[in-house]
Design a protein around this ligand. Structure first.
Ligand SMILES: Nc1ncnc2c1ncn2[C@@H]1O[C@H](COP(=O)(O)OP(=O)(O)OP(=O)(O)O)[C@@H](O)[C@H]1O
Ligand SMILES: [Mg+2]
Length: 608
């Protein structure tokens, strides 16, 4: 058992220690009120029996009436007392749940926040290595398993110990031999429950696994619905789904079969105890060792004891599951971000000079050499363009500047300092990055563009003018104004579907809105026509005046205005210079230029 992993949670128990202590007191009090009525009942029954005996002896004497009312009122008093203790027990059980279960919810909340915060710190390579579903499971499924340990398991363990000690003590005081007989079947019950529970857990995990397989399948079918329909593969998916559901059904039935065993097994063992209490107890009453009230009392105790014994089995399996979950959580919490601030990170402001010095980069997971001995310099305020075939390493350069990855060899200098010396927040907030694959949040267009500002949602409205200006500079303002809800239009999963070019331009607006020192455009003009492209690039010159820009593209048209152009091939720079120089070199760039120029002409011809 990996119970040691649960130690991690002790810091939270310490944080909520007062709540925990109060909870334990409530458990003790409520347990005491649970046991106490049994004694009342024993005394009550014995009193009534004794009273009836005296009444029989009294016969027809005048005393009889007095005795009857004495029995009646005595019984009444005991009855009221039993009700009163039941009420008090209820009150303390309520308080116990209010403290312990609420504590478990608070810890669950803290733990989720802790995990999420940690997730955000981890580097991109962590996200490459781990599946999204897996990460989501740890924060939802695993945390709830752990919560079952913090709440119910802790509560029932304390409850169990207290109940057990108190009940057993009272029972032995009444009659040790009877006690022994009565509790004999109970450990068997603990074991049976533990055993049945383990099978239940195993089977419910199996079912859970199938459920996630099924939901990933459905999710993919929904997000890929266009492709499925376009290829006419609906029937195929339907039958695949049917297979998955069948498997799910079988696993559910497997689970239900053992689940159904649970209560009968328990009931049988409890009945065995009760039977023993009556049988052995009856013999002892005839001996005169104990009273009939004692038997009633014992039956109540047996019923009370069943619960702790059930809990032993149940809590043990709860703890095992929680420990397994916590082990998984710890695995993630212990993974260190590869890119982080060191104590001597400098609080430098970025000016914008970027220098690559013999940079090499290998993607650790695939071993692909994405960059090999790449060197170039962009002065602050200048525009660098990167051109190259697909897979040549353009996006890799873009990612390295913002330190989303660290170089494998060589170094990257910004304003003459190694990027690693900058505080990552300083570095990244100085960079406006338009990724190649556009990602917009399921939110309004307004908030998506405003996202670039680092402002909290509440203050965003003050930036209305800036947000509109950014959308104008990105040439998407007119499109937005045409939507019925304008800037308040929802995009992403819940909202309207934007065209590829519209998305790209919103993404551009988001990047330029804060007028960053360094702007990186990763092939983000691919889905807009050349005219709009020209317009955006012209606007950019104004917005990005005196700011550094890196523009990645396939098209010569988007790079010719750059101060410096590099052409990449298989991770190496094969040509570099200004547009003029490169044309004069008559190399690959000039070749591309000619071809694309021709294409551009034919486009114009077909348009007219
Ligand atoms: N996250 C990654 N993990 C492993 N290998 C990667 C990763 N990203 C890119 N690569 C590999 O690194 C090489 C360079 O990729 P990169 O994305 O930089 O190319 P690119 O020039 O941007 O291409 P494109 O024009 O298609 O966007 C490619 O061979 C690619 O397969
Ligand atoms: Mg790319």
């Amino acid at each position: 058992m990996k119970l040691a992993s649960l130690k991690y949670l002790n810091k939270y128990f310490w944080k909520y220690r007062w709540r925990l202590i109060f909870g334990v007191i409530c458990i003790a009090v409520s347990s005491w009120f649970a046991i106490f009525p049994a004694q009342l009942i024993r005394n009550g029954i014995d009193m009534v029996i004794e009273g009836l005996e005296q009444r029989r002896i009294a016969g027809e004497f005048a005393l009889a009436g007095e005795l009857e009312s004495k029995i009646f009122y005595g019984a009444m008093v005991f009855g009221v007392l039993v009700i009163a203790t039941a009420l008090l027990r209820g009150l303390f059980t309520f308080l116990m749940r209010q403290t312990i279960i609420v504590m478990s919810r608070l810890i669950e909340y803290d733990l989720k926040n802790e995990i999420f915060e940690h997730y955000q710190k981890l580097s991109l390579s962590f996200y490459k290595k781990n599946k999204t579903g897996d990460m989501m499971n740890r924060i939802s499924e695993d945390v709830s398993q752990v919560r079952m340990y913090i709440g119910p398991a802790v509560m029932y363990t304390v409850n169990l110990v207290i109940m057990f000690i108190m009940t057993l003590g009272t029972m032995i005081a009444v009659n040790a031999e009877l006690t022994l007989y009565v509790i004999l079947p109970l450990p068997l019950m603990s074991f049976a429950i533990y055993y049945v529970n383990s099978i239940i857990n195993q089977r419910s995990t199996d079912r859970q696994k199938q459920l996630s397989v099924m939901s990933s399948f459905v999710q993919e079918a929904f997000s890929g619905i266009r492709v499925i329909k376009a290829y006419g593969r609906e029937n195929d998916f339907e039958s695949q789904f049917e297979t998955q559901v069948k498997e799910y059904r079988n696993r559910s039935l497997n689970l239900v079969k053992v689940d159904a065993l649970f209560f009968p097994v328990m009931g049988m063992l409890v009945s065995a105890s009760v039977l023993l209490a009556i049988y052995v107890g009856g013999i002892r009453v005839m001996d005169g060792t104990i009273t009939p009230g004692n038997i009633a009392e014992f039956i109540l105790y047996v019923n009370m004891l069943t619960f702790p014994f059930i809990s032993v089995g149940w809590v043990t399996s709860l703890m095992q599951r929680a420990a397994a979950s916590q082990t998984r959580i710890n695995e993630f919490l212990n993974s260190k971000p590869e890119i982080y601030n060191t104590p001597d990170s400098l609080d430098l402001k970025v000016q914008g000079t970027i220098e690559f010095k013999n940079v090499g980069f290998v993607y650790p997971e695939s071993g692909v050499v994405a960059l090999d001995d790449v060197s170039f310099t962009v002065e602050a305020g200048k525009v660098l363009a990167i051109l190259g075939r697909t897979g040549s390493g353009k996006s890799t350069i873009a990612n390295l500047v913002g330190r989303l990855f660290d170089v494998t060899s060589g170094e990257i200098l910004i304003d003459g300092h190694n990027v690693k010396t900058f505080r990552t927040e300083n570095l990244r907030t100085s960079i406006g990055y338009v990724p190649q694959e556009v990602f917009l949040f399921s939110d309004t267009i307004f908030n998506n563009i405003g996202f670039g500002l680092n402002a909290t949602d509440g203050t965003l409205l003050e930036y209305k003018a800036i947000i509109e200006q950014a959308s104008k500079d990105a040439c998407v303002y007119d499109n937005i104004e045409e939507f019925p809800k304008k800037f308040q239009t929802l995009v992403g999963e819940r909202g309207i579907t934007l065209s590829g070019g519209q998305k790209q331009r919103i993404s551009i607006a988001r990047a330029i809105i804060k007028q960053p020192q360094i702007l990186i455009f990763d092939d983000c003009l691919s889905a807009v026509d050349t005219e709009t492209e020209d317009q955006i690039l012209t606007n950019l010159k104004r917005v990005m005046h005196n700011k550094t820009a890196i523009i990645v593209s396939h098209r010569v048209s988007s790079v010719q205005m750059a101060d410096h152009i590099i052409v990449l091939d298989e991770g190496k720079i094969i040509e570099a210079g200004s547009h003029k120089e490169l044309i004069n070199q008559q190399g690959i760039y000039a070749d591309l230029y000619r071809k694309q120029l021709l294409e551009g002409r034919s486009e114009k011809v077909s348009e007219s």
